[in-house]
Design a protein. Structure first.
Lengths: 265, 487
């Protein structure tokens, strides 16, 4: 793992590194009072790939997402996004390059679906025409009916709300998409359909994606790289096959076993 | 904060304009109202533009209003001047009293002619049954229920020194409003109360005065106190009243005032005119009170909103500042409104004016608005809070575009609560002569006249309902549609 250097001699290396590593956590830890939510962690997220953070509740997976988008500040260490070190000074700029989708969707109840999607673009005074075009593009991408754009969140189904949330995250063409248990609140049928569609969307976007889940089947379905966490530490990272065939610890084996498929019962 | 300064300026200017006129104040009992009207008519007959601020309160409020220049003169009693204003122990001669007042910038007319001293009164049947004739007879009856006015309870010539002088050990003594005290006496809730010797209700209610056999009560000769900067011709006009009112005549005027429920007509009787009939413009009168009432509520609520919402926003964040804001706005609410008015009146910029009433109402309107704003913002789900931040909105934009609209219903509910509370509390503005629907309520309470009370109470209740539905209408404008839909 090549570190970003400061001298001109390392320029080529730095450039390649910046292209391939979209997100880079160096010695990042987070403690709340005396409780460590995340022990010192190094993590590189490859550009254009889907990385899934998985682990039991409280393992620190959501903490990592919240650190990346700056909802939490790291206790130690640094976070770089696309070569920029995240700091309070540039956090607004960084956030505008990241899309963030959370479990309940986090939609604003006082705004219609289209107002939710366009809120930030309007705030940044983007040209109206470009916003309209992008909105229709996103409807098509996420299979959201245009006729429902004027509805308020309470008038939408759970699946539709997640689609709006995804459109909102993608509106400004972010370079990174973060998803925190995006299917968590959906019933199984809707969930399966949305998973299929989302995979199509991801393939289409060719984007850096970090997703948090606790479901190994979901992780295997989406991930180019799975990062398994336990008690605030990364236990193992690799493909589903790596985890299955070469489990690093007993915990990895146990975690995989606990996620039994219906067919195995 | 600018609008506050503006409002204070407007009121300061209007108060300045009124200072050119002669303003007669009066205390909150029948005789003082009547004397106030007599002074007004006397001054008007002498060519002055005079007006009355009736029933402003007790001695302290009137004295402060006189010193502050909100009023030019008011009727007072020599005993009260010695005991409450000059606070002197040995009895004073008229000249000494006049000289001491002059040092404080106040002049005193000669005595009007009657002595309205304090007296202790009982129902005739009750006194006869117990065989009570004089105050010293009370020594053998420590179990009687005593209900005296709050002022008498605290006065230097009031209940405590009286008890010491007579060696009374009464066990049940409480403070009760003067007008309500007569009703309590009539239904037997209390056995004994204080009264003024010229009080018309002594005869009306068939009460007996217990003889002051140890001559405890000082002389209470009626006079007018006036500011020394009052026009000397006005002083001359007032001095013509000296010696023209003896006790029977005063009692007659008091009785007339209570019978007709009209102080101006009783005053007219003094001038030998036919009593002027009560104003027939019933609708116009109630309309005027209601309008003033709405002004008080509207101005105070407006200030409450522009100060309360920012305070609520600040208080929604954890920390000592928030605790301070919430604790203070809560504490204000526990101060009785009458006490708050009394505390504000002596302060500079306030005094006996609408500013004082509006400021007091403003303070009362803060708590619901501050608390609802703070709670509403705190109750925004973390998911929504995180989403707003994660979009990259600046904190200010998060507040204006997301958090405040989401909280609008709760904030509006707080404003609504404040508005309705203010409609009720604003009736107390009449205590400092500012008017509003409290005016008929308080004078009705004084006259024991339920019809007059209802003239204020019914419009006030209707106004509260109207305010309620007005704000229900505002819901449609200020609460975004997405929050009004049912799931």
């Amino acid at each position: 793992m090549a570190r970003v250097g400061g001298t001109s001699g390392q320029f080529a290396l730095t450039f390649v590194d910046a292209l391939s590593k979209m997100i880079k956590l160096s010695s990042v830890s987070k403690t709340f009072g005396t409780i460590a939510a995340l022990h010192e962690t190094n993590l590189d997220v490859s550009a254009g790939k889907t990385t899934v953070l998985i682990g039991p509740s409280g393992c620190g997976k959501s903490t990592i997402l919240r650190l990346i988008i700056g909802l939490l500040e790291p206790t130690t260490g640094t976070i770089e996004i696309d070569g920029d070190r995240v700091s309070p000074a540039n956090i607004l700029r960084v956030r505008r390059r990241i899309g963030y989708v959370i479990q309940e969707g986090g939609l604003f109840a006082h705004l219609t679906a289209s107002q939710n999607v366009l809120l930030m673009a309007k705030h940044l005074k983007e040209p109206v025409e470009r916003m309209e075009t992008r909105l229709l593009e996103l409807c098509e991408l996420t299979h959201f009916p245009e006729s429902a754009l004027q509805r308020y969140p309470v008038e939408l189904s759970g699946g539709q709300r997640q689609r709006v949330s995804l459109m909102r995250a993608l509106m400004l063409k972010p370079s990174v998409l973060l998803l925190d248990e995006p299917f968590g609140a959906l019933d199984p049928m809707v969930r399966a359909r949305l998973q299929d569609e989302l995979k199509e969307i991801f393939k289409h976007l060719q984007q850096t994606i970090v997703m948090v889940t606790h479901d190994m089947a979901e992780a295997g379905f989406f991930a180019d790289c799975i990062v398994l966490l336990n008690e605030g530490r990364i236990v193992q990272s690799g493909t589903l096959n790596d985890l299955r065939t070469k489990p690093a610890t007993e915990f990895v084996r146990e975690f995989l076993r606990a996620q039994r498929a219906v067919e195995a019962i | 904060m600018k609008p506050i300064i503006l409002m204070v300026l407007i009121f300061a200017l209007s108060a300045g304009a009124q200072a050119q006129r002669i303003v007669v104040g009066s205390k909150r009992f029948t005789e003082s109202y009547v004397l106030g009207e007599i002074a007004k008519t006397t001054l008007q007959n002498a060519g002055f533009a005079a007006e009355v601020r009736p029933g402003m309160g007790g001695t302290i409020i009137l004295w402060q209003a006189l010193q502050g220049g909100e009023i030019t003169l008011y009727p007072e009693y020599t005993g009260t001047i010695a005991e409450e204003i000059l606070k002197t122990k040995p009895p004073l001669g008229t000249d000494q009293m006049s000289a001491l007042l002059r040092q404080r910038g106040v002049g005193m007319t000669g005595e009007l002619g009657f002595n309205n001293t304090y007296a202790l009164v009982m129902r005739r049947d009750r006194a006869a049954k117990l065989g009570l004739h004089k105050i010293s007879d009370l020594r053998d009856h420590p179990d009687l229920n005593v209900g005296v006015t709050h002022e008498f309870l605290d006065r230097q010539d009031g209940w405590a020194p009286l008890s010491t002088r007579y060696g009374l050990r009464m066990q049940n003594v409480r403070g009760i409003d003067h007008a309500l005290g007569y009703a309590a006496l009539a239904n037997g809730s209390i056995d004994l109360k204080d009264a003024y010797s010229t009080d018309a209700r002594i005869a009306e209610n068939d009460l007996v005065v217990l003889d002051d056999d140890l001559h405890f009560f000082p002389q209470y000769q009626a006079v007018f106190l006036y500011r020394l900067d009052m026009d000397s011709r006005a002083v001359t006009a007032l001095e013509k009243l000296v010696g023209t009112l003896d006790e029977p005549r005063m009692r007659l005027l008091n009785s007339e005032a209570e019978r007709t429920k009209d102080y101006a007509s009783a005053a007219a009787l003094y001038f030998g005119q036919k009593p002027v009939s009560r104003s027939d413009d019933f609708i116009g009168k109630i309309g005027g009170w209601t309008l003033r009432h709405l002004e008080l509520v509207g101005a105070s609520l407006f200030l409450g909103i522009i100060a309360g919402i920012p305070l609520g926003i600040r208080a929604s964040r954890p920390g000592p500042v928030s605790n301070f804001i919430l604790a203070t706005s809560g504490m204000i609410q526990t101060i009785p409104s009458l006490a708050l008015l009394a505390l504000l009146v002596p302060l500079p910029f306030f005094g006996i004016s609408p500013v004082t009433a509006i400021f007091a109402l403003f303070l009362y309107s803060l708590l619901p608005i501050v608390r609802n704003t703070a709670t509403g913002l705190q109750d925004i789900p973390t998911a929504v809070r995180d989403s707003a931040a994660a979009l990259g909105l600046e904190p200010r934009a998060q507040l204006w575009k997301v958090f405040l609209p989401l909280t609008s219903r709760t904030i509006l509910a707080g404003v609504k609560t404040s508005a309705i509370i203010n409609v009720g509390t604003a009736t107390l503005a009449a205590l400092i002569g500012v008017g509003g629907l409290g005016e008929p309520i308080i004078s009705g309470l004084n006259l024991n006249d339920y019809k007059t009370i209802l003239e204020g109470a019914i419009p006030a209740a209707l106004l509260a309902l109207l305010v309620q539905s007005f704000f229900d209408g505002l819901d449609r404008i200020f609460v975004p549609k997405g929050l009004r839909l049912k799931q």
